[in-house]
Every structure is written in structure tokens, then in C-alpha cells.
Design a protein around this ligand. Structure first.
Ligand SMILES: Nc1ncnc2c1ncn2[C@@H]1O[C@H](COP(=O)(O)OP(=O)(O)OP(=O)(O)O)[C@@H](O)[C@H]1O
Length: 497
């Protein structure tokens, strides 16, 4: 099909709608934007047009006299046609929209179509396909690539290479990223902590037509509940105490780009409803404003939880889950891809050595053997930490894993902190020098963390703030030191499970 000529360098669009008035409205709107436009009133007419010519974008109504717009979409997909397809669905038919996105539609529009949104969605579909964009559109940022093809462009490759590992499960993840990156379908990334969910979100963004736009990463579990709405949607001056000027929210900051919502399972139910509305309507209303603002944002979310089970349990909204999980990418744990360990170690050592300004130590059979013994429940993040310590504590020569990182010295992951009260902190360090500095430091860190956690009702957000470290850091340290939080600790408001 790619051999069919495009008639001009201006983007060419096929509009399929059986209502002549609407067809004309869409046609005139697009012509005014500088695109070339053809129209069809039925599936049959659209097929004929597609047989004779290659388009950049096909915009089709869902309900047509001789069938459903979905048929056209399936046909384009099955023939590996490069056209990006935008489907127009009736208001309230969320299922159609989600089904179209799952089938490979670039995006969807809800009828009655808002013309501003219409122009925005078309502009976004034109971006990055090599055709001349309409005046006023952001310039195409990279060369032609086809929807559905795993065409690898230089920045795509770099982004995918950041995800180290060529095990079958990681290759499948990378292929899926390349396949679904272009388009507006929301993606839910699922995987244990430290498996690289944020890296996947970054790769999705870098491989998308929005790569030149912003990527805004948000940890939903780290924002106090009373600030969520203002943080997400922005706030007008005076809308709450302390709002001394208009402030944009994450949606505004991610305009034209990607919004990465990490730990989406931590979002309270009230905020879930507001997020659902923003995603459905593509409009947000900043706190204290009477006006809604249109937003053009692709949403990628991530969780380590079993959201389907949370839906069953009533703590996560089913409709939001359905909207976020249009495309799911599941990351394997490190246990499931042990064959990636050598490549991961090499890449992480290079990165860590570069960051610390130390030479990258040699990874020999002994060090690899030692690493292979580690259970690494914290996945790549934990591996990274072990290697970090090995570099910091190591002498010149091949890398050696510190003894306390090895299984015999490993602190039990489930070691509970509740039965024994923590020993008091030493007032001024040990009287004699410790024989094993790292173990001694770990013990001090453990005690400080336990005390701070207890003081803060086991709320990790509050504890992290108290200790001046990030939530991510505290989660990491808790895991590394095998501190087991009491069950209630997971439920504290604004905290991360
Ligand atoms: N496949 C990988 N290749 C290279 N580095 C990786 C890979 N996976 C994870 N990492 C590194 O491990 C660390 C943790 O990754 P990331 O933050 O993406 O994990 P996560 O799944 O989002 O974790 P969490 O759920 O705890 O937020 C980062 O430093 C990241 O660069």
C-alpha cells in the first residue's frame, strides 16, 4: 500500500460521514487549516477512496449506513496501512471509544464534535508523519513512520535502549512500547516496585509523536489529599489559602505531551472521579475558576498493585480503571529474567561509575556469580543499590559484592519491627571503631528509620518529609533494610503502599 502516491506534501485527510452537513463542516474546517481533504458518505465509498490513494489521516464516524466505522479501522490495521485513524463516537459511548483505541485508532472524538478539539486532534495525528502540517501546528519533529509499525527512529532507539535487557519478556515489552507509543490510547504500566515502570513511560513518550512536548511525571501517592485537585488541575489566585497567584497544574504542564501518573492506585476515590472526568471530557477546571480549559495530554499510568482486585474491593473506580487500562504493559520482575543480569550490571555500573566519577569496575565471573545469588526483591532498583555500594566500598580490581548484601548476610525481608522496641540511638557514635562500617551504618539507618516511622504513625510520606528525603528514597531504604511495616501502616492517608 505504501507504493500508492500521496498527491502532495500537504497532509491528506479522508473524512467519512453520512451526514452531508457535518461532512461539509469537517471538510471546510480542515481546508481552512491547509490540509487536502477527500470525503466519503459510506464505508463503500471510503474503501474506494482508500484503494486509489494513500492518506495521512482517516476520520470516520462510527455509525454509517452500510456498517460501522470500526470496519474501516480493522481493514486499515489488517492491511498494515499507514493511515492514522480518528473515530467519532456518540456522546456517552465510552465503550466504543475504548474499543477503537484498543483496535489501533490514533484517537477518538465525541459527538457533537467540538471544532477546536477536532483541529487539535487532527494536528496531533499529523504530527510526526512527514506530511506538511497545517500552519500553526508544531513542526513535524521526525521522519515518516507508520502507525502500528515498529519503525525505529533514532530517539526511539535511545529511549528503548535505556530499558536494558534482551530476554524474551523484555523484548516483548519493547515491541509493545514501539507499537503503541504513537496514538492517544491511555497506557497502564504494571509491575513490581523497581522494575522500570517509569522508564517505560519515558520510552512511550520518546517514541510518540509528542516526544518534543513535555513529559510530566507525578507520584500520586506523594501528594497530600487536600492539594490533589490544585496540583492536577491548577488553581486561580485566591482559590485557597496560600494561592497568591494563578498556578498551572500537571495537566496544563503536560499540554501537548504526556502525563505520567505513577502509583495511580494511591489516588483517593474522590480524586479518581475528577481524573476520570478530565480524561473523558479532555477538559479541566482549575480550582477557583468558572472556565473549563481544553487539555491535550496523553495519560500513562503505573501501579505495582493489582488494580483489578482493587476494583473488586471497591477502592478503585471501575470506570477509571477501564479508561486507564486501554493498553496494558506488564513488566517482568528481575526473577523472571535472570538472563538479563549481566547486561543490566554492565549498564548500571557504567551509569553509576559515571555519576560518581569513579572508574567502572570489572565485572568478572566471581562478581556475576555473587550477584546471581541475590534474591533482589526490589528488582533493578535494588540491584542498582547493591552495585552502588559495591563501587563505593570496593578497592581497585574486579567488582566484589559487600558481604552483607549476600544471602547469608541479608536481613530477612519480613523482619518485623513491631515486637521489639528500637534501641536508643547512640549519642555520639560508637566508642570503638566498627569492624564493618557498612553494617554499622545500615544498623544506624535502620534504627533511625524505625524511630521516625513510629513517630509518624508509620506514614512514609510524613516520615520522609521529617527526615528530609523523598518518598521514593524512603521506600527504597525500607525495602533495602528489610523493615516490615505493620499492616495498618499501608493504609495511612497520603501514603504509598
Ligand atoms: N530495564 C532497565 N534497564 C536499566 N535500568 C533500569 C531498568 N529497569 C529499571 N531500571 C532502573 O531502576 C531504577 C528504578 O526504575 P523505575 O523508577 O523506572 O522503577 P519503577 O517500577 O517505576 O519503581 P517504583 O514502582 O518503585 O516507582 C531506576 O534507576 C531505573 O533507571
Amino acid at each position: 500500500m505504501n507504493s500508492l502516491p500521496t498527491t502532495s506534501t500537504a497532509a491528506t485527510i479522508l473524512v467519512v460521514d453520512d451526514e452531508p452537513d457535518l461532512r461539509t463542516l469537517y471538510e471546510l474546517t480542515l481546508l481552512r487549516e491547509g490540509y487536502r481533504v477527500e470525503t466519503a458518505g459510506s464505508i463503500q465509498e471510503a474503501r474506494e477512496q482508500l484503494q486509489g490513494q494513500r492518506f495521512d489521516v482517516v476520520i470516520t464516524d462510527m455509525r454509517l449506513p452500510d456498517g460501522m466505522g470500526m470496519e474501516l479501522l480493522l481493514r486499515l490495521r489488517d492491511q498494515s496501512r499507514p493511515e492514522r485513524c480518528i473515530v467519532m463516537t456518540a456522546y456517552g459511548s465510552a465503550e466504543n471509544a475504548v474499543e477503537a483505541l484498543r483496535t489501533g485508532a490514533f484517537d477518538y472524538l465525541t459527538k457533537p464534535v467540538d471544532l477546536k478539539q477536532f483541529r487539535q486532534v487532527v494536528a496531533s495525528a499529523i504530527q510526526g508523519i512527514g506530511a506538511v502540517p497545517a500552519p500553526g501546528c508544531a513542526p513535524a519533529s521526525f521522519a515518516a513512520s507508520a502507525l502500528g509499525s515498529a519503525a525505529s527512529l533514532p530517539q526511539d532507539e535511545t529511549a528503548l535502549q535505556a530499558l536494558v535487557g534482551n530476554s524474551p519478556s523484555m523484548l516483548a515489552v519493547k515491541q509493545r512500547i514501539a507499537k503503541v507509543a504513537k496514538g492517544m490510547a491511555p497506557v497502564l504500566v504494571h509491575g513490581e516496585s523497581g522494575t522500570g515502570k517509569e522508564l517505560v513511560a519515558r520510552a512511550l513518550h520518546a517514541c510518540s509523536q509528542r516526544a518534543q512536548g513535555p513529559l510530566v511525571a507525578v507520584n500520586c501517592g506523594a501528594i497530600p489529599e487536600n492539594l490533589l485537585e490544585a496540583e492536577f488541575f491548577g488553581a486561580r489566585k485566591g482559590s485557597y489559602t496560600g494561592a497568591t497567584q494563578d498556578r498551572p497544574g500537571y495537566f496544563q504542564a503536560a499540554q501537548g505531551g504526556t502525563l505520567f501518573l505513577d502509583e495511580i492506585g494511591d489516588l483517593p476515590l474522590a480524586m479518581q472521579a475528577k481524573l476520570l472526568r478530565a480524561i473523558q471530557e479532555r477538559k479541566i477546571r482549575p480550582l477557583g475558576s468558572t472556565q473549563e480549559e481544553a487539555v491535550d495530554v496523553r495519560v500513562v499510568s503505573a501501579t505495582h498493585r493489582d488494580l483489578a482486585a482493587e476494583v473488586q474491593g471497591g477502592s478503585f473506580r471501575q470506570d477509571l480503571y477501564y479508561r486507564l487500562n486501554v493498553i496494558e504493559i506488564t513488566l517482568p520482575s528481575l526473577r523472571e529474567r535472570r538472563e538479563d543480569l549481566p547486561a543490566l550490571c554492565q549498564a548500571l555500573l557504567r551509569k553509576l561509575a559515571h555519576e560518581s566519577g569513579l572508574p567502572s569496575p570489572e565485572l568478572d565471573a566471581v562478581s556475576l556469580g555473587q550477584i546471581a545469588q541475590l534474591s533482589l526483591p526490589g528488582n533493578v532498583r535494588e540491584l542498582e543499590n547493591v552495585l552502588h555500594r559495591a563501587i563505593a566500598l570496593g578497592d581497585e580490581g574486579p567488582l566484589r559484592i559487600p558481604p552483607d548484601s549476600l544471602p547469608s548476610g541479608e536481613l530477612p525481608v519480613s523482619a518485623s519491627l513491631t515486637p521489639a522496641p528500637p534501641p536508643p540511638l547512640p549519642a555520639a557514635g560508637p566508642a570503638t571503631l566498627p569492624e564493618d562500617l557498612q553494617s554499622w551504618l545500615d544498623e544506624q539507618e535502620r534504627e533511625i528509620l524505625i524511630r521516625a516511622l513510629q513517630d509518624n504513625g508509620f506514614n512514609r510520606t510524613a516520615t520522609a518529609a521529617r527526615l528530609g528525603i523523598s518518598l521514593r528514597q524512603i521506600r527504597y531504604r525500607i525495602e533495602r533494610l528489610g523493615i516490615d511495616l505493620p499492616a495498618e501502616g499501608h493504609k495511612h492517608h497520603g501514603d504509598n503502599a
